[in-house]
Design a binder for this molecule. Structure first.
Ligand code: SF4
Length: 60
C-alpha cells in the first residue's frame, strides 16, 4: 500500500507549505526533501522559505 504523502508543515516549510510548485521527494531511507518545481528558482531552497517571488498559493 502506498504511504500517505508527507505533511506540509508550515513551521518547517514556510511559504512552500501552501505553494503549487512544491513536491515531496522521499528517499529510499524515508527522508523527505521538498522540491521546488518553479523553473527559475533553486530546486531545494533553504527552509523555511519566508519570501519568494515564485510563490503561488494552492486553491482551497
Ligand atoms: S516557488 Fe517559492 S514558495 Fe513555491 S515551492 Fe518554490 S521556493 Fe517554495
Amino acid at each position: 500500500m502506498k504511504p500517505p504523502p508527507p505533511i506540509r508543515d508550515p513551521r518547517l516549510l514556510g511559504l512552500c507549505a501552501t505553494c503549487v510548485h512544491v513536491r515531496p521527494v522521499v528517499s529510499a531511507k524515508g527522508s523527505v526533501f521538498w522540491l521546488c518545481r518553479e523553473p527559475t528558482l533553486p530546486k531545494y531552497p533553504p527552509l523555511p522559505v519566508r519570501r519568494c517571488p515564485g510563490f503561488a498559493p494552492e486553491a482551497e
